[in-house]
Design a protein around this ligand. Structure first.
Ligand code: LRH
Ligand code: MN
Length: 425
């Protein structure tokens, strides 16, 4: 892949150089230094979800592609390709037990040999596993039966142990807990039980670890979800302590929710822990980020850039992707996603914050809005391409990936003899 990148970058060097020079001259006239911006974009990193490296599906069907990873070891190979091509995806977020490694140490060594590390791990108390003593049909941390809650806590502590062996330092806890009919579940007691269980997990959190609570308005519960909105998530994170914070999945908001305001609130409260980036038109569609509403994605990054600029945030929260690739090749969709996130991030850096503040203070609605639109309507393509090139990545990752024939090669390899994961290195 490395040679393919160098060859393709060389072929594009002249055109890319001209495009970058034109953008650089434009930005200079706006008082911005393109090299400073490129370095800021180079610092942008996002974690790839292990569960999105294979084809996703819905209850109506799944149409798997060929040459897809057969297990978590092959998923690391594909994640490494995404990082190699973009220079911006050095970590994978694992979901347990979906991607439970037989031997965490072997997986960690395999991944590090590929230049991949591990971001937040994800627990799963929304599905029953074979041989599981108690069902999560009526919830996990909110369940009325203490034995079910105990089982869910044990699972979550196990996920943290696996994460420790992978040298992760955070866990994301999303609970499907909720009800489908009024009266089915006590709306306050269920929440109190969730808090009690989270407090037991928080008390066992290893040194330096963080815990992210993830809210979602509905699905699979269709009347009330225990951790339904950012307010519920905030109440939990606040009650747990300084190492607990809220994770914002962009798809977990009712239509027309001003998600950038949710982000601003959590930043202001010092409880914004991380993101699951994706896009959606209706529900939790898990479409590729920036595919439906790129302006909304930009406005989220604008809140982050504003808070990093005024010091309210001293470092970016945890950036992770959470998508389901039902139709697109998973690697291609993730390459597209990383590019969209780099672009939204780059555009947020182009906002003239002094001018914006002046127009806001003067209630000059039109000029305040225009400052954001000027940044959003700037084609930052050459800037993010250059950031990737300086990361030894590809100016055009998708073109290099397609030209590399990687998927075809994997189709042969992964169709061949039964796969034998690498023995302990
Ligand atoms: C729930 C969710 C959660 C993950 C799952 C894969 O909808 O966003 O973050 O556990 O997707
Ligand atoms: Mn999510």
């Amino acid at each position: 892949m490395i040679d393919a990148i160098e060859l393709a970058n060389a072929a594009r060097a002249a055109a890319h150089g001209r495009d970058l020079a034109v953008l650089g001259e434009q930005l200079q006239r706006r008082g911005m230094d393109v090299d400073v911006l490129i370095e800021q974009v180079r610092a942008f990193e996002v974690a790839v979800p292990s569960w999105a490296l294979g084809t996703g599906g819905t209850r109506f069907g799944r149409f798997p592609g060929t040459g897809e990873p057969r297990d978590v070891f092959e998923k690391m190979e594909d994640a490494a390709v995404i990082h190699r091509l973009t220079g911006a995806a050095p970590r994978v977020s694992l979901h347990i037990p979906w991607d439970e490694p037989g031997d965490a140490r072997t997986l960690r060594d395999h991944a590090s040999a590929l230049g991949i590390a591990f971001d937040a791990v994800n627990s799963n108390t929304f599905q029953d596993q074979p041989g599981q003593a108690h069902s999560y049909k009526f919830g996990s941390f909110s369940h009325t039966d203490a034995a079910v809650r105990r089982q869910a806590i044990e699972h979550t502590l196990h996920v943290i142990e696996v994460g420790q062996r992978l040298r992760s330092d955070a866990i994301t806890i999303w609970l499907a807990d909720g009800s489908n009919y009024p009266g089915q579940m006590h709306l306050r007691k269920s929440f109190d039980r969730v808090l009690d269980c989270l407090q037991q997990v928080y008390a066992a959190l290893p040194q330096g670890w963080r815990l992210f609570t993830e809210h979602k308005p509905y699905e699979p519960a269709f009347y009330a979800t225990v951790v339904q909105d950012w307010g519920s998530s905030y109440l939990l994170a606040q009650a747990l302590g300084s190492r607990a914070s809220c994770l914002v999945d962009l798809g977990h908001h009712l239509p027309n929710t001003c998600i950038e305001l949710v982000v601003a609130r959590l930043i202001g409260a010092g409880k914004l822990g991380g993101f699951h980036f994706n896009d959606s038109k209706y529900g939790d569609d898990d479409l590729t980020a920036g595919s439906i509403d790129p302006y909304r994605l930009f406005l989220v990054f604008n809140e982050l850039a504003d808070a990093l600029a005024d010091g309210t945030l001293d470092s970016p929260p945890a950036y992770m992707i959470d998508q389901s690739h039902n139709l697109k090749d998973p690697i291609e969709a993730l390459l597209q996603t990383v590019d969209q996130l780099q672009r939204a991030h780059a555009k947020s850096l182009l906002v003239d914050r002094a001018a914006l503040t002046a127009h806001q203070e003067a209630n000059d609605v039109l000029l305040a809005e225009s400052v954001l639109q000027a940044a959003f309507s700037t084609d930052v393509g050459p800037l993010v391409a250059e950031a990737r090139r300086r990361q030894a990545g590809a100016i055009d990752p998708l073109a290099v990936f397609r030209a590399s024939g990687y998927r075809g090669q994997k189709r042969e390899e992964r169709a061949a003899a039964a796969y034998a994961p690498p023995q302990s290195l």
